[in-house]
Design a protein around this ligand. Structure first.
Ligand code: CMP
Length: 155
């Protein structure tokens, strides 16, 4: 019988904490402006393998749960309102050193500070509506992947 475990889990390692995986979001601003295909093209062109991908429309409560670490920040209401304002694409990405590799491709959080050639330089309009999200550590990547994907949704 075929094992239920997806290919990304090896026999010894059932944990999702792996340095070759990260979590990403193509945020509602980028989806609404029709940038999804271009961003996915850039992700694949940069050598990532997409292990999970789906279009979702988060509720305010889901966005508040996802960004709970920022709940004391003054922009928390604005952030969760925006993230639940329309569809977004959630991604599980694989590459060696996936977390820093995806953060390099995204560019600085504030697009005004993002380097040429980065996704935020090209597609983001402001620090709040900054086109893409990425995990900041392997541990958070595992938490964020598990927040949106079941094991059966990862290949
Ligand atoms: P992200 O990588 O999704 O992680 C948290 C988000 O908070 C961040 O991208 C920004 O979009 C948002 N953010 C950070 N600082 C501010 C700010 N000063 N005003 C509004 N949004 C912010």
């Amino acid at each position: 019988m075929r094992p239920i475990r997806p290919a990304i889990f090896c026999k010894e390692e059932e944990s999702l904490i792996m340095s070759n995986l990260t979590f990403g979001i193509i945020k509602p601003d980028a989806v609404a402006k029709g940038h999804t295909g271009k961003i996915i093209d850039r992700i694949i062109g940069a050598g990532f393998t997409i292990r999970g991908m789906k279009l979702i429309h988060q509720s305010k409560r889901q966005a508040e749960g996802f960004y709970a670490v920022h709940r004391e920040r003054p922009f928390f209401g604005e952030l969760t309102e925006f993230m639940s304002s329309g569809p977004c694409v959630v991604l599980c990405l694989e590459k060696d050193n996936a977390v820093p590799a995806w953060r390099d491709l995204m560019g600085a959080t504030n697009p005004a500070e993002a380097a040429e050639g980065t996704l935020r330089k090209e597609f983001a309009g402001s620090i709040g509506e900054n086109a893409v999200h990425g995990s900041d550590s392997d541990e958070n990547a595992s938490i964020e992947i598990a927040y949106f994907f079941s094991k059966l949704e990862l290949v």
